[in-house]
Write a protein that binds this ligand. Structure first.
Ligand SMILES: [Zn+2]
Ligand SMILES: [Zn+2]
Length: 334
């Protein structure tokens, strides 16, 4: 595909000029690719078309994925798989959280999303172009994006737990010691920017190096990443949850502990960084305590024992949080 160099810079062209200057074989493209073209042609300006599509995707996937968890929270049948038994969000809490999430979506994420098209194009990413890449091209890219984001998140999340950054930025995300789906992106705008960098930097770097990334692959990645984040905050561990099938997948069971105990488990998708660098020792000791204390117990007794252990761990978490905030005060007064 090539641009018609005589018409001007690709950033100033309308979608119809871009398609006219490219060598798309219209007989060869599929229905989905035709819709993609139609969207860009309908909006006209490619920067707005990409920004709007990304914004709609983000809002639809985020709230669409949260709805099943809101329903699950309302159905008593599912309570036996709740990681912190008895800790259900009230409708009031869910509404407050939704307002906070919408605020950061439209103050930080929306402007960033509209900047994404020019940045992506400057790295050589395909946006309006059709046809789409083959799934064999997409799969290794998605694997790299997952790996990169998890690593980036692991180290920057630990940084956010240092006294001053915690007090001024990350504390907001820790408002809920028993998280729920909607709380996934409940965070300070600066945290959204810092941790969001891990999500988009992987695709940009990969694109810069290979010149072979289509924004559709990035949309698939963002969708999977949103599912990962929301599910990790859901508060439920089902027998069919992914971590029981893929043992190095983190899942809710891993991240729920981070919110409850305030320490350990800093990564997002995978368990390996916490395991290798030893930031999961308290978590593993806790799982072992639960396993030993509930062995052979019936449902009612198991729940009672779990609730007691959760309360102890949460208490220790509150103390750890207080200590970090005390250190932040000390630093300020120095
Ligand atoms: Zn944290
Ligand atoms: Zn969290």
């Amino acid at each position: 595909m090539s641009f018609n160099a005589t018409v001007g810079s690709p950033h100033q062209l309308t979608a119809s000029q871009l398609y006219a200057g490219s060598n798309v074989d219209y007989a060869q493209i599929n229905w989905f690719e035709k819709q993609w073209m139609a969207w860009y042609l309908w909006i006209g300006n490619p920067v707005i078309a990409t920004g709007l599509a990304a914004l709609l995707l983000h809002e639809t996937v985020y709230f669409g994925r949260c709805i099943p968890w809101i329903i699950i929270d309302a159905i008593p049948f599912f309570r036996k798989w709740k990681l912190q038994p008895g800790k259900l969000p009230t409708p009031q809490e869910q509404w407050e959280c939704t307002k906070g999430v919408l605020f950061s979506h439209f103050t930080v994420e929306a402007p960033a999303i509209f900047l994404f098209h020019p940045i992506a194009e400057s790295c050589g990413m395909k946006t309006w172009q059709v046809p789409f890449p083959a799934w064999q091209t997409m799969l290794p890219q998605l694997a790299f994006f997952f790996f990169f984001e998890d690593m980036f998140h692991y180290f920057s999340h630990q940084l956010l737990h240092t006294p001053l950054l915690y007090k001024h930025i990350h504390k907001l995300h820790h408002k809920y010691s028993a998280p729920f789906g909607l709380a996934a992106e409940y965070a300070h705008p600066l945290e959204v920017m810092i941790l969001g960098t891990g999500t988009i930097l992987g695709p940009l770097l990969y694109c810069k190096l290979t010149q072979n990334v289509h924004i559709l692959t990035v949309y698939i990645w963002i969708t999977l990443r949103l599912f990962q984040a929301i599910d990790a905050h859901s508060g439920y561990d089902f027998p069919w949850s992914l971590q029981h099938i893929v043992p190095f997948w983190s899942g809710a069971e891993h991240h729920d502990f981070h919110h409850m105990a305030f320490v350990n488990n800093y990564s997002t998708s995978f368990r390996w960084w916490d395991r290798v660098l030893g930031t999961d020792s308290k978590y593993r000791a806790y799982r072992e305590r639960i396993r030993a204390a509930t062995k052979g117990l019936d449902e009612a007794h198991r729940k009672a024992v779990e609730e007691k252990l959760v309360a102890e761990e949460e208490e220790a978490g509150f103390a750890a949080e207080k200590e970090v905030e005390r250190q932040a005060e000390g630093k300020k007064n120095q």
